[in-house]
Design a binder for this molecule. Sequence first.
Ligand code: C5P
Length: 310
Amino acid sequence: MNAVRTILGVTVRTPAKVNLELRVGPREDHGYHGLSTVFYAVDLTDNVTVSESDTWGCTVVGPYADQVPTDASNLAVQAAQLVYERYGFTGAAHLTIDKAIPVAGGMAGGSADGAAGLVGVDALLDAGLSKQDLHDLAAHLGSDVPFALFGGTALGSGRGEQLAPILTQGRTEWVFALRHQGLSTPAVYAECDRMRGDDPVPPPEPSQELMAALRAGDVTSLAGCLHNDLQPAACSLLPELEETLQVGHDNGALRGIVSGSGPTVAFLCQDKAAALELMVALTASKTCDEVVRASGPAHGAHVVHDVRMT
Ligand code: C5P
């Protein structure tokens, strides 16, 4: 009888984010902008499976597969290789990314996969990385990667990588209007700088009203506090976003906001029923390419299946 060899593999679920507040300070000498942001994880998730393999490889499945690189420019691959290199592991891994988070959509989908790569390899190799180790590797990979590890609701400062948890109550319902044409994050920050011109930009500060609305679980107040300094820049590069925002406004959304650097538009809804009605209206309006629903807050990147346990 042939021996059956089990390929070891770990699947990690990792969340998209929306910035409830994104306040952008001046561009600093290192090229990044100082931020004060409130990250919020939603249950629109990618699943990343990391398996032992003789050679490095990556496969992407799901509706956005053709837009995602499978070479070393993929953040999940970079993350996995970083753990092997930093901690002296030999061998290689294959990553399979089941992608549901839109690509270049302002929802940190690439960063979410980066976080999953770190968590997956840590589990696969029993590397025993501490939370601080994972955070440091994540910050090295990109500004939004640490939050995808963290999940929940967090205040981000620095370039977005310094995180502190925020106390929240209750859950929120969201509708996301997606576009196939992505927006480049550096291009949106550059447009923000161009539009601001030489006006002095004050240091970014979090809003206390937003913190109070989150603590109280008051969705109406929360809607009034949503804010994104990058929204004018995203709308300047893609003026059609204004039409999508208007459809939400006319069809019961409590509030619409461009998500991060866009072009995804996020609508906060009163409840699931309102979200479903808005999905229908947005689809009929043809002002976006796809509509999805999600709720929050969601957990950060975590192992959901580990074949070593079967
Ligand atoms: O850190 P990450 O690679 O995700 O950032 C992508 C780009 O977004 C940066 O190269 C920079 O142009 C812009 N960015 C910025 N300020 C931040 C975060 C990102 O200017 N705080």
